[in-house]
Design a protein around this ligand. Structure first.
Ligand SMILES: Nc1ncnc2c1ncn2[C@@H]1O[C@H](COP(=O)(O)OP(=O)(O)OP(=O)(O)O)[C@@H](O)[C@H]1O
Ligand SMILES: [Mg+2]
Length: 505
């Protein structure tokens, strides 16, 4: 169905793809794996016409093709769901899907007909998307299904998915895989980029392994295993499990009592949540996405208007509810947000600027408190330290954040928050889109931060991640904490049951 032949692509000094050869057989599900920055997205963006290769050929259905724009790719039956969605927030599902898709042009659009087709497609693939919903009101998972619908609407025969599961809860992953298998059964071809080796093993027929811009392996999935794939990707053996010493929790750092959050539309997102986090412990929150964990973290970080909340939030014995986000950061509360593009970075700003977000107005970054004069030397030093400590690649402080691969953007954010030496770290989805080598690394850093006395509140949709990292695990469902379990004892089934609304016995 698709062949990339000797594809080479440079971005300035970076060789993102170096004579890449990838063959995707028709009617298969083909996985591409590799470390952050290995060149996976670049290769697939070239196949989709989003970038053009410097050298090499693209063969579609046996024919050499020029694919210079996504329009060319779409015309050849190639669809792509990007790592970061490309939807226009104030517009509806139907408007987004139809945009640029209709040969008749904007004037000839029949939105009612389009909406009807979208509704049918949504039903056929069980995507549960209302064609009339506005994008900004949809969850991340729903937005992804809109991207899927967009490709299906354009009758894609080959669907490229760039880290589709990074944003999904475990059940949603199962649903997505069911959709992909249905597509394969209909003769469609799927390329899936993922960092999760168990997913590769579960869903793919064949797998291509990339490292440093090159293809280093082509395997039949049935003839490989996670350890072999990991070794090929990283070039060394990788610890696939977290090893951590027993926590020695100290005094209470964060105390939350009867916290409620009411959304603008009047729905209660948090319904009287109470818990505590002590110094030197990691408290995990497990839950299906959309059950209040985002609101919980944002309420604590100071990102939700005071008027939408009630209850108490005490940090080191002090009521922080009236404080804004900046004041909370000054007190030692750091925040690693779940949505790195919306909350974590300014994509068009360079790494230096992104490294000092939130501390840009005070020394050592500003020459004096509130000054607009910044100390370039200090900023560069801080950035270089983050880059080095967190292995951000490429290690160039002057690059715009946009040009970093997804996993490297995440490492930059984590590094920025860690250098604050927080007393309380609010962290959501810390390893989303991060490769297995870097996951191991980030997990170690989180445990070390804990052992240095930081209180850590961790939200993750990765059940294995929260159970492995957390010293205590709270389960959230429908805005309420429905149970607390000892993660060393509780089984994934027990936790899963609580997450989906079964009450603790
Ligand atoms: N638009 C761009 N401008 C400059 N450099 C880029 C651009 N896009 C990618 N790169 C660089 O090319 C290399 C490959 O990036 P790519 O996004 O393809 O990696 P990836 O394998 O998809 O990584 P990840 O798993 O983190 O998503 C990286 O070094 C990245 O920084
Ligand atoms: Mg990528």
């Amino acid at each position: 169905m698709l062949e990339l032949r000797n594809i080479t692509k440079r971005f300035g000094a970076v060789l993102a793809n170096d004579h890449v050869n990838i063959k995707v057989k028709s009617g298969t599900i083909h996985a591409i794996v590799g470390e952050n920055g290995a060149g996976k997205s670049t290769a697939m963006r070239i196949a989709y016409g989003f970038y053009t290769a410097d050298e090499g050929e693209i063969i579609v259905d046996g024919q050499p093709r020029r694919i210079e724009t996504p329009h060319d790719a779409i015309a050849l039956g190639i669809g792509m769901v990007h790592q970061h969605f490309m939807l226009i927030e104030p517009m509806t599902v139907t408007e987004n899907i139809v945009l640029g898709a209709e040969p008749g042009g904007a004037v000839a659009l029949d939105l009612t007909k389009a909406a009807e087709r979208i509704r049918k497609l949504s039903e056929e693939f069980r995507l549960a998307i209302d064609p009339h919903a506005t994008i900004e009101h949809l969850s991340v998972g729903q937005q992804q299904r809109v991207e899927l619908l967009k490709a299906l609407y354009r009758e894609a025969q080959l669907l490229i998915l760039d880290e589709p599961t990074a944003v999904l809860a475990p059940q949603e992953v199962e649903e997505l895989f069911a959709i992909l298998r249905r597509m394969r059964a209909q003769g469609k071809t799927v390329v899936i980029i993922t960092h999760k080796l168990d997913e590769v093993l579960a869903i793919s027929d064949e797998v291509t392994v990339m490292r440093d811009g090159r293809v280093v392996g082509e395997l039949q999935t049935s003839a490989t295993n996670a350890a072999e794939l990991a070794r090929m990707m990283v070039g060394r053996d990788v610890l696939l499990r977290i090893e951590k010493p027993q926590a020695k929790p100290d005094s209470t750092v964060l105390s939350v009592e009867h916290l409620t959050v009411t959304a603008r539309d009047g729905t209660q997102r948090l319904k009287g949540v109470s818990f505590q986090v002590r110094a030197a412990e990691i408290v995990g929150i497990a839950g299906v996405e959309g059950n209040g964990q985002t609101e919980l973290i944002e309420a604590l970080a100071g990102l939700i208007p005071h008027a939408q909340m009630s209850g108490r939030m005490e940090y080191l014995g002090r009521d922080i509810a009236p404080l804004d986000a900046r004041s909370r950061r000054e007190l030692g509360i750091a925040h690693i947000p779940e949505d790195r593009h919306r909350r974590g970075l300014l994509l068009d700003f360079d790494l230096k600027e992104n490294s000092v977000l939130g501390v840009h107005y005070r020394p050592p970054v500003a020459v004096s408190l509130g000054s607009v004069l910044l100390d370039d030397g200090a900023i560069r030093k801080r950035t270089e330290r983050i880059i080095e400590d967190f292995d951000v690649r490429p290690a160039n402080p002057d690059l715009p954040a946009r040009s970093l691969s997804g996993g490297n953007q995440q490492k930059l954010i984590i590094g920025r928050e860690f250098v604050l030496q927080p007393k309380l770290l609010l962290v959501a989805q810390p390893t989303r889109g991060v490769d297995i080598g870097a996951i191991e690394f980030i997990h170690r850093k989180l445990v070390r931060l804990r052992d240095e006395g930081c209180a850590v509140l961790l939200v993750s949709a990765e059940l294995e991640e929260v159970t492995a990292l957390a010293d205590r695990l709270l389960i959230i469902h429908d805005g309420e904490i429905v149970g607390e379990v000892d993660p060393t004892i509780a089984t994934l089934e027990e936790i899963g049951l609580l997450m989906t609304g079964g009450k603790e016995q």
